[in-house]
Design a protein around this ligand. Structure first.
Ligand SMILES: Cc1cc2nc3c(=O)[nH]c(=O)nc-3n(C[C@H](O)[C@H](O)[C@H](O)COP(=O)(O)OP(=O)(O)OC[C@H]3O[C@@H](n4cnc5c(N)ncnc54)[C@H](O)[C@@H]3O)c2cc1C
Length: 856
């Protein structure tokens, strides 16, 4: 409202000015200058064109007077004076030595005082990974040609065969209820299959016996396994994620690689990686675990090694691990290795049987009992060559971890959560079609339709983001900021989809037992939310916190120049930055007023408008970021809610871009357009709302108001997806369509007795042919009063007797009804069956300070 009022007032002021002193030439002049700013002309080019324009503009009064143009009034002296002063300033700014002496050098001094201090770990996090599409979104002018030119990810024949062969077989042999309820572990045959068929070796190079899969293939395998069970996918993801194999691959010595990688590839070693402890969770770099360089006995002789003391918890695969990757802080108090006593965070590989290592007990992660537990070590003595990469990598642990996290975080959790969402949407579409209430499939009620639409839109977005980003990794990127965006947004969307799936299934989703295919999926959601950087932290501190400095085209350059006191570089970055900010302000205003209709984007057909909207938000975002950084400086880091919102805007643009690229990668299927539209509209709407909330909460209200004028001059103009659009999305999964198949690609849907998804799909196909016959029974039989039976089998029998349906139709309906009832049924138990065998309160070591068996 305030924005619209300010725009109207500005327009009135301009009209008054034009009427009083100006002419259409004034408008033309302003328009031409704005156009140059919009187009980001370099300073010298801008100055030259500005000079010519001003010369023409001021010559016009003379021409007007001499040619007696009736519609021209000469510009006022004040206005002209201002423009000539501006021109003088512009020319002075082009004299670099002068500019450096008068502006850049003094500003550098002030900047150095403002520059927030940065720890070594923060610097390493900033240096890790590469800047990819995230960097383009920070420019205010993203080059979509670049994104569209990147290759669509594809599976090789070998990778496809793995998904069709061993993955299928693994899904088939996996019995979720038996594993999660009865055994609290996978049976030996499943473990053996995982270890021996290469499931733990997807990232290990072939020369060491691994599968050496692409990031995309790795991701697709996890999607498939997650569509069967969260526990299966989590167990498979860990050895292929940030852990011993990944670290050895990139930093290990040849000896370490030759020893460990083949054994890991064959499943002879099971790895885990221990970073988290009771005192260091989110702030993992503050870990208190130590490795002291000292002399000690090793295999009968005295050597210089490490004495480790550590206490870790929540470590996946720890209870069964044979080799432990360990992060600790390394000290050399006696200077046995050099001059430094605090060497920093270091990673080592410790065999399970090392004396002093205590391992084997389990945590119980939310009824999805994958192997996860604590481990600790007291005065564990190991040689220095247990350090990953050898002694020369002492102190490099944090860098190694954050570097590899930028890849791993894009794959494991995003893929597992996408697989879970695909399971949810695949099952929900079919279930809400075969489940009837009020004589209608429940999926056809508007309320349920809206929920199904959200599930479809989110799942498409998740799938797009994980596959396009995996493709970028295969193209050589290590996208660290997108990895945080994917981690946060995909798991949050996954949480929503899991919750939605439960809602539309009603009681069927709640009653646990062998027939429940959703409950465990729902229960496992908080695990994805918590691991690899808990979500609140990731949103509040990491996405924008890292992105602002990493991806911004000038900030890191300015900071580095300030740190090295390089005035030349600082000057060039600073003036580039100023031009960039002014240009983004103009671009933001112009594109907001025009709804970005004239913004140039690649010729992509129906989706063109979304590209234009992303460019518009990119300019507004870049402008808002600059103003926020300029006015709040290091304080912005502490204003977590503000930086979280900026992170949300960045993420929305990123996710919408992934959706558009995914659509291109799939060959632009026209039937997918409603989903693409829903997904983009949803993201752009969120971007708008978050940017609006950012401005509303901006500490300086006046500045916030000015930003609002330039960003939302006509108010908020973007709407969330409509109900009509939502209906199209719901329809796509309520029917056995190609859209449904594409969306749910890789879901384990083989038709076999133990696979509810295969059975649901079968019933969905049958529902299509059954529905017209059911309608006939209802209209010709029930409504006319000829059929009096209340139950479906009775109605089928009467309809057959009355000749309303044929014998073949009756047989088909009976079969369909039998299958539906089987799918709708839930389990029931005797009380003793519900208690997990061998469980009692004594299983826990201690409960809130009360030892087992002790009365509180
Ligand atoms: C099932 C499971 C498996 C795991 N596997 C492993 C493993 O294999 N190896 C390993 O090393 N670790 C593992 N972890 C540990 C995991 O990485 C941590 O749980 C995670 O880092 C969060 O630490 P925390 O649980 O101590 O939460 P805390 O650090 O106590 O955080 C509590 C809450 O505060 C929020 N928070 C903290 N700081 C901030 C901030 N500055 N701004 C905003 N919010 C903040 C967090 O987001 C969170 O919501 C696992 C955890 C689980 C649950």
């Amino acid at each position: 409202m305030l924005g619209a009022t300010l725009v109207i007032l500005s327009l009135i002021a301009l009209a008054w000015y034009v009427a009083k002193v100006g002419t259409m030439f004034t408008l033309l002049f302003i328009g031409a200058v704005a156009y140059m700013t919009y187009k980001r002309l370099p300073l010298i080019a801008f100055t030259i064109v500005f000079t010519l324009l001003l010369a023409a503009y001021t010559a016009l009064p003379w021409i007007a007077v001499n040619t007696a143009m009736p519609w021209h009034t000469p510009a006022s002296g004040v206005w002209q004076g201002f423009l000539w002063l501006m021109l003088a300033g512009l020319w002075l700014l082009n004299i670099r030595p002068l500019r450096k002496a008068l502006i850049s050098r003094p500003f550098l001094k002030a900047y150095m005082r403002l520059l927030p201090s940065m720890s070594q770990t923060e610097k390493e996090a900033l240096d890790a990974g590469t800047v990819w599409w995230d960097g383009e979104l920070f420019t205010g002018k993203p080059r979509f040609e670049k994104l569209l030119a990147s290759k669509a990810p594809q599976l090789t024949a070998e990778e496809q065969a793995f998904i069709d062969g061993p993955c299928e077989e693994l899904c088939r042999m996996y019995d979720d209820w038996d594993i999660t309820h009865r055994r609290a572990d996978m049976p030996p045959k499943v473990w053996d299959y995982l270890k021996t068929r290469g499931f733990f070796a997807m990232i290990i190079p072939k020369k060491y016996g691994g599968l050496e899969f692409s990031a995309y293939a790795h991701s697709c395998v996890l999607v498939k396994l997650a569509s069967r069970a969260g526990l299966l996918a989590a167990t498979t993801a860990v050895p292929n994620s940030l852990g011993p194999a990944e670290l050895l691959n990139h930093y290990g010595t040849e000896e370490q690689k030759d020893h460990y990688l083949p054994r890991l590839a064959r499943g002879e070693e099971v790895p885990c990686f221990a970073l988290t402890g009771p005192r260091a969770g989110s702030d993992a770099a503050a870990l208190p675990d130590t490795g002291i360089v000292c002399k000690g006995q090793w295999q009968g002789r005295e050597i210089v090694g490490l004495r480790l003391n550590f206490n870790k918890r929540y470590i996946t695969l720890a209870p069964i691990a044979t080799v432990v990757g360990l992060a600790f802080r390394m000290f050399d108090p006696d200077k046995l290795l050099g001059d430094k006593s605090d060497l920093g965070i270091t990673c080592a590989l410790i065999p399970r049987n090392t004396p002093g290592l205590s391992i084997g007990r389990r945590h119980f992660p939310l009824n999805v009992p994958f192997q996860n537990g604590p481990l600790s070590g007291k005065d564990v003595f190991v040689p220095l060559d247990t350090i990953i990469g050898g002694p020369k990598m002492a102190g490099q642990g944090w860098r190694m971890l954050v570097e590899q996290l930028s890849v791993g975080r894009c794959i494991s959790l995003p893929s597992n959560t996408t697989g879970g969402a695909k399971l949810g949407v695949f099952a929900s579409g079919a279930y809400t079609r075969i489940r009837r209430q009020f004589n209608m499939p429940v999926g056809k009620f508007e309320g349920v339709e809206a929920v199904l639409a959200r599930m479809v839109g989110y799942t498409y977005t998740m799938d797009a983001a994980r596959s396009v980003t995996a493709g970028a990794i295969d193209g050589g990127e290590k996208p660290s900021v997108p990895s945080a965006m994917l981690k946060y947004h995909i798991t949050e969307m996954g949480r929503q989809v899991a919750s939605d799936a439960m809602d539309v299934h009603g009681g069927k989703g709640i009653q646990l037992g062998p027939r429940n295919y959703l409950g465990r999926n729902y229960q496992v959601v908080p695990v994805a939310i918590t691991v690899e950087g808990a979500n609140i932290l990731t949103r509040s501190l990491i996405i924008f916190g890292q992105g602002a400095i990493r991806c911004h085209p000038f900030v890191l350059r300015e900071m580095n120049a300030a740190r090295t006191k390089n005035v030349d570089e600082f000057d060039s970055a600073l003036f580039g930055h100023i031009g960039f900010t002014i240009s983004n302000a103009v671009r933001s205003f112009v594109m907001a007023l025009t709804h970005a209709r004239f913004t140039r984007v690649p010729d992509v057909g129906d989706t063109k408008r979304y590209y234009q909207h992303i460019v518009r938000f990119s300019a507004s975002f870049a402008f808002a970021v600059d103003v926020a950084m300029l006015t709040l400086g290091g304080y912005l880091k502490k204003k977590e809610n503000l930086s979280a919102r900026l992170g949300d805007v960045l993420s929305s643009m990123y996710l919408a871009s992934m959706v558009l690229k995914h659509h291109e990668n799939q060959g632009r299927p026209a039937e997918d357009l409603p989903i693409v539209e829903w997904a983009c509209r949803n993201q752009m709407y969120r971007a708008q709302e978050q940017l609006h909330d950012f401005l509303r909460n901006f500490p300086n209200r006046f500045l916030g108001g000015c930003l609002r004028v330039l960003i939302f001059p006509g108010g908020r103009s973007y709407f969330a997806p409509s109900d009509r659009l939502g209906r199209q999305l719901a329809d796509a999964v309520l029917n056995p369509t190609e859209v449904r198949d594409r969306l749910c690609k890789f879901v384990y849907r083989t038709l076999e007795p133990g696979n509810p998804l295969g059975l649901l799909q079968e019933a969905l196909v049958m529902a299509q042919s059954a529905e017209p016959i059911e309608k006939r029974i209802r209209v010709d039989g029930v409504k006319t009063g000829k059929i009096t039976a209340l139950d479906v089998p009775g109605q089928i029998a009467q309809a057959r007797e009355l000749g309303i349906i044929s014998e073949t139709e009756a047989a088909g309906l009976r079969e369909y009804d039998r299958k539906v009832m089987e799918l709708l049924s839930v389990d029931d138990f005797e009380t003793h069956e519900m208690a997990a065998e061998g469980t009692d309160s004594g299983g826990a070591r201690e409960t809130f300070g009360v030892a087992p068996g002790q009365v509180a």
